[in-house]
Design a protein around this ligand. Structure first.
Ligand code: ATP
Length: 363
């Protein structure tokens, strides 16, 4: 039996409303699991924490999170609570920096019968992963940009070290996916190498890493073309790898393709740590109303089980991750107990009750 400690940030806005039921599901899965055991520790962090404690990510929280096997985070930040310089409170970005979580993983899946504003050709389904570099790129000067008189400047930074780690991660991901019968074994570098030297440098490093993975197909796309292709033929892609800002934008496009932010999970992964959180923010407009969609959080938890399972050679965790995904897919395909953001009328607790039934009713 492998024991794993999970650090939990319930965060702000709808954060606690989607985190609590997700942790309940995980606890229940773990309680019947034969080969793994999960324990959870709630940690203060976020805009509410900043108001209460004067810190958005207390050192003690960071230390516990750093010692945990994985970190689950819902959403942090509220528009009205800001640092004295007027910037938003984003401890989720601080966590990426503190733990060097360079690979932002944003899966885009549309199973047959799934949600999508696209008219899907018969027999087509979408299953690709966007890997977004998450510690540098155009976010390098985040909060440190210069505005002088009539000019504003930010800096885009691409380093060889981080790019090599990022591309290695992307090729390994494509290799794992191919081994699992998911994806064709292809990595596409998304850049703007025709205009910017920094991206020509990025592409050069990509090509070198590609040469070390001959079993995986490698190609390139300009980011503007990729935005078009993600809408016109998203079923053609397997693993896309890109810079931070491009990834930020394309991942919301990906979320839109599969029905919206309420169903879009993500993970930020480094060599030794990983944070799993939905793509969406704290949704203050619906906080406290009991109508938040829990699916993105649940799917992020499934990614956590997958990651832990792969790292620790635990096939039961991978199976439970697949069960969570299948239960969410089943509910979406059956258009059963869906929340308002994806066309239903269910409240959060009704959506969770249907999910719980699908997962455990037969047990
Ligand atoms: P951030 O900048 O922190 O990413 P944001 O301001 O872009 O946040 P979100 O908080 O993600 O925005 O919310 C965008 C819209 O999507 C809001 O109208 C919100 O209510 C809706 N939304 C986000 N997450 C969910 C969810 N889980 N369930 C239902 N609606 C959601």
């Amino acid at each position: 039996m492998s024991a794993f400690k999970i650090a939990v940030f319930e965060g702000d806005g709808i954060g606690p409303e989607i985190m609590k039921p997700t942790v309940d599901l995980l606890r229940r899965m773990s309680s019947v699991a034969k080969t793994y055991d999960l324990t959870f520790e709630n940690l203060p962090g976020g805009a509410g924490c900043y108001t209460d404690m004067g810190e958005s990510l207390p050192k003690a929280s960071l230390a516990v999170a750093g010692a945990a096997d994985a970190i689950l985070l819902s959403a942090m930040g509220l528009p009205d609570i800001r640092y004295p310089d007027g910037t938003e409170i984003t401890p989720q970005i601080d966590l990426r920096m503190a733990f060097d979580l360079f690979a932002g993983i944003r899966p885009v899946r549309i199973p047959p019968g799934g949600l999508s504003p696209l008219k899907m050709p018969a027999g087509k389904s979408v299953d690709f992963v966007l890997v977004r570099e998450s510690t540098e790129g155009l976010f390098y000067t985040q909060g440190k940009g210069k505005v002088e008189h009539d000019e504003a400047r930010e800096t885009l930074r691409i380093t060889r070290g981080t790019s090599e780690k990022l591309f290695e991660f992307a090729f390994n991901l494509a290799t794992d996916r191919k081994a699992q019968g998911q994806g064709t074994g292809r990595v596409t570098c998304v850049d703007k190498a025709n205009v910017f030297r920094a991206f020509a440098f990025f592409r050069e490093i990509f090509d070198k890493t590609a040469g070390e993975h001959p079993a995986i197909e490698a190609d390139h796309a300009y980011v503007d073309a990729m935005a078009l292709w993600m809408v016109q033929r998203p079923w053609d892609f397997d693993v896309l790898v890109t810079e931070n800002m491009f990834g930020d934008i394309l991942s919301d496009l990906g979320a839109g393709l599969m029905g919206g932010l309420g169903v879009a999970p993500s993970a930020d992964i480094g060599q030794d740590h990983a944070v799993f959180q939905p793509c969406h923010g704290s949704a203050p407009d619906i906080a406290g109303l009991g109508v938040a969609n829990p699916f993105a959080m649940v799917l992020s938890a499934a990614m956590m089980l997958d990651w832990l399972g792969l790292r620790h050679n635990n096939t039961e965790m991978a199976k439970d991750a697949a069960r969570l995904r299948e239960a969410v897919d089943g509910q979406i395909i059956g258009r059963k107990a869906l929340t308002g953001d994806i066309g239903g009328t269910a409240r959060t607790d009704e959506a969770v009750a249907a999910l719980t039934d699908a997962l455990f009713a037969a047990a």
